[in-house]
Design a protein around this ligand. Structure first.
Ligand code: NDP
Length: 487
């Protein structure tokens, strides 16, 4: 809620105030980006080692104050403290990895000399953009901004963060704790407000925007960034599928499906929203999922829906599934009890229903019987989204994982790729493009800089008007010699 230029953040569970932050206007956003330019130059000049030690101090502070951060996140989003701890642990891991690996991935290196242009040495390094703008969602207010923030900072950029209007306090906590370990310059700042503040950041002249949020908003962000040809990284929504093959450990698959679908009350971009189980294991899988999900307590393991408007979406998806032939084997029509949604498992839902095709963002799961893994893959791939996914099975599980049209897949677990610092995170299609985390996530926030250095006179001087016809003939001869042979 905005009141007199102040954004007041409240707990979705109790309505208690979580904190207040000032709303930034156009001048404040421009001033923050201007300050960030100076801070970014200072930060870049620290070099990889100077940044590494400071980022590791920040990571240590996270670990020291983990309980405080988890409590704050619980207050502002409503998610259980344990879920906030899991979220923070992944954020700590990514910050640690980015700090330790930035020099290796981004630092200057010589490239291999080839037979063409052998008299030149190739040098490659990855230079920062200067200032990176990060626009974040509310569902994982620690981890989703920290993926791009840690990569951008390790790469030598200053960052201006626009947290979601639902989680500004956690966003400000990140900024304030960074200032504790790096007090010299405002290398990480936040600008607060509604979507219009995000749009101001897109137009502010930052070197790149890293956006995490819905596909619909992603399109607006891209359109705004197009005005200034500002590059964008898009981490958007998903409708991830879990496939259970005939040789799967059904109990493990059910445990993972329930966690993947219902952790954070289902408000997870890489949350499992659809399951496809092959006929021989279908009944056992449904029974195990219902038994496990039925034990979850609303208000305990299942927190509230953070954004009130999302309750209508969840209600519509459940209603649509039931109206078109689907059956609720757990929860169902009365599951939505604001601000909570009770765990809901739907079967026999038509593939064209909203519950199968659109992002629900609630603790709901559809389970569909399929003849075999081929049908499961075809159905899983039938949507424009393509973020993550999971496969349970033995003999063919990795082969099935490769065939899913997504950026990430977990085999015999769910969501695990988000915590693995060495792997890139991101999607395809309506789920976005570009990557955070891992080596790709570091390169994403830098510009490859290619430099050639001549170290000897040219034997085949091609790039000069002073070449002679005889030299051109020698070039032709050399090319035929080097590349004329067909394999
Ligand atoms: P939104 O798209 O509504 O908002 C994301 C951010 O963009 C918020 O900070 C929002 O500000 C801001 N914003 C809104 N309008 C504009 C605009 N015109 N220009 C610039 N910025 C704008 O997403 P939610 O916050 O609702 O987050 C949920 C979505 O995020 C889900 O679809 C989920 O799947 C996705 N997500 C994707 C992840 C991924 O890594 N792929 C990870 C986590 C979530 P404000 O809040 O003030 O409106």
């Amino acid at each position: 809620m905005v009141e007199d230029g102040v954004l007041i953040s409240t707990s979705p569970a109790t309505g208690a105030e979580a904190g207040r932050v000032p709303v930034a206007g156009a001048d404040a956003v421009a001033a923050a980006v201007e300050r960030a330019r100076t801070a970014g130059a200072w930060w870049a000049a620290l070099g990889f080692d100077g940044r590494k030690v400071r980022l590791l101090r920040w990571r240590a502070l996270f670990a020291e104050r983990l309980e405080e951060l988890a409590e704050l996140t619980h207050l502002e989003t409503g998610k259980p403290v344990a879920d906030a701890v899991v979220e923070a642990s992944a954020a700590i891991e990514h910050t640690d990895w980015a700090a330790r690996n930035a020099r290796r991935v981004l630092g200057p290196r010589r490239t291999r000399t080839r037979l063409l242009l052998p008299e030149h040495a190739g040098h490659l390094e990855y230079q920062p953009y200067g200032v990176v703008g990060v626009i974040g969602p509310w569902n994982y207010p620690i981890l989703t901004p920290l993926g791009p923030i840690s990569g951008a900072l390790a790469g030598g950029n200053a960052v201006v963060l626009k947290p979601s209007e639902y989680t500004p306090v956690v966003g400000q906590w990140l900024v304030d704790t960074f200032a504790e370990v790096v007090p010299e310059q405002p290398v990480l700042q936040a600008v607060h407000g509604l979507g219009d503040v995000g749009a101001l950041l897109c137009r502010s002249g930052v070197g790149k925007i890293a956006f995490t949020g819905s596909t619909a908003t992603a399109k607006k962000v891209m359109a705004t960034c197009a005005e200034t040809l500002t590059p964008v990284l898009i981490e958007a929504g998903g409708k991830d599928a879990l496939i259970v093959d005939a040789d799967a450990d059904v109990n493990a698959a059910a445990e993972a499906a329930v966690w993947g679908a219902m952790t954070n009350a289902g408000q997870t971009c890489i949350g499992i929203e659809r399951a496809y189980a092959v006929a021989p294991v279908y009944d056992a899988f449904v029974a195990a999922v219902v038994a496990k999900a039925g034990r979850l307590r609303v208000g305990e393991e299942i927190g509230p829906i953070t954004m009130p408007a999302q309750l209508d979406v969840v209600r519509r998806h459940i209603g649509d599934a039931l109206a078109t032939g689907g059956r609720a084997v757990l929860g169902g029509a009365d599951a939505v009890q604001p601000p909570h949604v009770a765990p809901t498992v739907l079967v026999d839902v038509p593939e064209d229903s909203a519950a199968i095709r659109e992002e629900t963002f609630g603790p709901t799961l559809t389970i569909t019987r399929v003849a075999d893994a081929d049908e499961a893959v075809a159905k899983a791939n039938a949507l424009p989204y393509g973020l993550g996914g999971a496969v349970f099975g033995k003999a063919n599980a990795v082969r099935i994982a490769r065939r899913l049209r997504t950026g990430m897949v977990a085999v015999n677990s769910t969501l695990s790729f988000v915590g693995m610092a060495t792997l890139p995170f991101g999607g395809v299609g309506d789920s976005g493009f570009g990557r955070i985390h891992g080596e790709d996530g570091l390169r994403e926030f830098t510009v490859p800089k290619a430099i050639t250095v001549r170290r000897a006179p040219s034997l085949l001087p091609a790039m000069t008007f002073e070449r002679t016809p005889a030299q051109v003939r020698r070039i032709v001869k050399t090319l035929k010699l080097l590349y004329g042979r067909r394999p």
